[in-house]
Write a protein that binds this ligand. Structure first.
Ligand code: CUA
Length: 170
């Protein structure tokens, strides 16, 4: 069977389009900064957050030379802690959970945006740069004061953070 040249071109284009489609879907699912609520995710008893090391006293902890872990409780209708204070030019991994209903956790202006489900620990990592302030919003309807559920992420200069948190001595 003879296949015309232009048919071959269309066939090749179709294959390329299919590959592009698969590529973009894959990128959307596993690309940088994209987090999904997945099976096998860290689970937790939402009734007993105060018995969990991370969430009994939520806050920011240094976990590596330039890496910090921020445990955050999203509840009706606030984030704890508020503000979340981290040093500039660091990698911050947020661990977020809820004791009551489903909330959202979006750090406006970054790629951090996740659903917070009671019983699960949402994990999302953000590289922060220069000192500045970011707003944090809940983007899942969670009750009467949902629209007012806001928090703050404060990125402060490294020396300021060190001064307040005692650097490695803590
Ligand atoms: Cu919390 Cu909406």
């Amino acid at each position: 069977m003879h296949v015309h040249a232009y048919e071959k071109i269309w066939l090749a284009l179709a294959v390329v389009l299919i590959l592009l489609l698969i590529g973009s879907v894959t990128y959307g699912a596993v690309g940088p900064g994209v987090a999904m609520v997945a099976d096998g995710q860290d689970t937790i008893d939402p009734e007993a957050l105060d018995e969990d090391d991370r969430f009994a006293d939520p806050g920011v902890e240094q976990v590596g030379e330039n890496a910090y872990e921020a445990s955050v409780v999203a509840y009706q209708f606030n984030f704890d802690p508020d503000p979340i204070v981290v040093p500039a030019h660091s990698e911050v991994t947020f661990l977020v959970t809820s004791p009551d209903v489903i909330h959202g956790f979006q750090v406006v202006g970054t790629n951090a945006n996740t659903m917070v489900v009671p019983g699960e620990v949402a994990e999302i990592t953000v590289e922060v740069g220069e000192p500045r302030e970011y707003g944090i919003v809940c983007n899942e309807y969670c009750g009467a004061a949902h629209h007012g559920m806001e928090g703050t992420l404060q990125v402060v200069p490294e020396d300021e953070y060190e001064a307040e948190h005692g650097g490695d001595d803590e």
